[in-house]
Design a protein around this ligand. Structure first.
Ligand SMILES: *[C@@H]1O[C@H](CO)[C@@H](O)[C@H](O)[C@H]1NC(C)=O
Ligand SMILES: *[C@@H]1O[C@H](CO)[C@@H](O)[C@H](O)[C@H]1NC(C)=O
Length: 429
């Protein structure tokens, strides 16, 4: 008898129904289990720890500019890395007066001195609402803190973090040897399942982790509020932690896609202030690298291939490329929109970048860029550039005598269109 006869077909059908039913029960059960353990699923959907919040670029408040009031100053400070007593020394040396002066830092406030010192710097910066930009170290601290807040929102997360803190009070998770110890423990302890909650490549209990854990919600809020780029279109200056590009690295300088190869279209071609502002913004927002958080907080060089590098040994320092481009800007002589330019000149006005990050290059003063990381955390120096009315061409008076011109570690430099500025450094013991 063939199974395709009446009874056989029925039996077969019943089996199929049963099989479907069992499969359904099994799948539903598994799904339920997966749901329960979703926090520990292999592919964890991490929230955004970066906290860029769309405040990539901020405008420097006009009120801080030393224009119109001869006593006003801007004091821009290089990478502090938690060296709070050196910060105090530097501010003393400059006769910092919070009523009259505006401080701006170029990022990397913490993590090379003790945790406690890093917190002191964060307290000073946040309670005085000091202007500044995010450094690569600030970014790591922000990310760890955002991660912690996320872990704490999971049942059991608080316990896991405090067990780790207590078990490893002196472990440095940044150091490979000690890290192995921690990883072995995590794998064998009852917290093994939490391991998946740590994004690949992140190592708990390092310096950034510890600063993130020790800082207050207000410190976190302060760091998260820092933009990556601080720009003053009035003063023609931009602050950034590591660097910026003045042109697309893979295109010719005269290529029409280069922001500085043509005047922007503004209604009134004779409104120089508007032209300059527009052109500066185009450089900051239309060169893809300048909109990449990692690049602006880590770049040191540009390789021959046009790819940016965090290494000082590869390719050309970005600041040299910046200085080269800005030096070609022909300024006033080129406001005629129809004019064609020599390859040696560009229809633009130059502007200045003030930055940190490159301790290896030390104080790096070029005509259109000022590198302020003088390696304080390595026992070298902490440096600042002081701008006052004389730094901006719209002012006519001489440089204020409120800084000792004779200070041993002070030097005057040419700044901006036609101004001057002073570099002041203190030793970091
Ligand atoms: C850290 O430095 C700032 C700036 O000089 C200072 O006001 C503050 O008192 C210092 N904090 C500590 C705890 O020394
Ligand atoms: C930067 O550009 C200026 C011209 O604007 C040039 O004189 C100088 O040699 C360049 N390099 C440095 C390191 O300043």
């Amino acid at each position: 008898m063939s199974i395709w006869s009446g009874d056989g077909l029925k039996t077969c059908f019943s089996f199929v129904v049963l099989a479907f039913f069992l499969t359904f029960v099994f799948v539903a059960g598994v799904l339920q289990e997966v749901k329960k353990n979703r926090a520990f699923d292999q592919k964890i959907d991490f929230p955004d720890f970066g906290h860029y919040n769309g405040n990539f670029i901020k405008n420097m408040p006009h009120s801080v500019l030393p224009i119109g009031d001869q006593r006003k100053r801007i004091i821009a400070i290089g990478d502090i890395h938690g060296m709070n007593s050196s910060l105090t020394d530097l501010l003393d040396e400059i006769h910092y007066n919070p009523k009259r002066d505006s401080l701006i830092h170029v990022g990397d406030l913490e993590t090379r001195a003790t945790i406690h010192d890093s917190i002191d710097v964060l307290s000073f910066m946040s309670s005085n609402k000091i202007l500044g930009v995010r450094g690569n170290n600030d970014q790591k601290v922000i990310e760890w803190r955002a991660w912690m807040n996320w872990i704490l929102s999971h049942p059991g997360g608080r316990e896991w973090l405090s067990v780790m803190d207590k078990r490893w009070p002196n472990l440095d998770g940044d150091k490979r040897l000690q890290r192995t110890e921690l990883e072995n423990w995590v794998e064998t302890s009852k917290y093994a399942s939490w391991k998946k909650m740590v994004p690949t490549g992140w190592h708990p209990l390092g310096k950034h982790y510890r600063v993130a854990r020790a800082m207050s919600p207000r410190h976190f809020e302060y760091l998260s509020s820092l933009p990556l780029v601080l720009h003053s279109p009035t003063a023609h200056v931009v602050f950034v932690h590591a660097g910026l590009l003045s042109s697309h690295p893979k295109l010719q300088a005269s290529d029409p896609r280069q922001p500085l190869s043509h005047w922007p279209t503004v209604h009134d071609q004779h409104d120089i202030a508007k032209l300059r502002k527009q052109q500066e913004l185009t450089v900051l927002t239309e060169i893809p690298e300048n909109k990449d958080p990692w690049t602006v907080t880590n770049i040191k060089s540009v390789m021959d291939t046009g790819i940016v590098s965090p290494s000082p040994k590869k390719g050309t320092p970005w600041s040299q490329l910046w200085n080269d481009t800005m030096s070609k800007c022909s300024g006033n002589s080129g406001t005629n929109a129809g004019k064609s330019y020599q390859p040696t000149s560009l229809p633009c006005y130059p502007f200045t970048v003030i930055y940190g990050h490159a301790a290896g290059r030390g104080l790096d003063i070029k005509r259109w860029s000022i590198g302020l990381d003088t390696g304080c955390s390595y026992g070298r120096q902490l440096s600042a550039v002081v701008l006052d009315g004389s730094s901006f061409s719209s002012a006519t008076h001489q440089f204020g005598d409120n800084i000792h011109a004779q200070a041993p570690q002070s030097q005057e430099i040419v700044f901006g269109d036609n101004g001057q500025a002073r570099i002041v450094s203190v030793s970091c013991a």
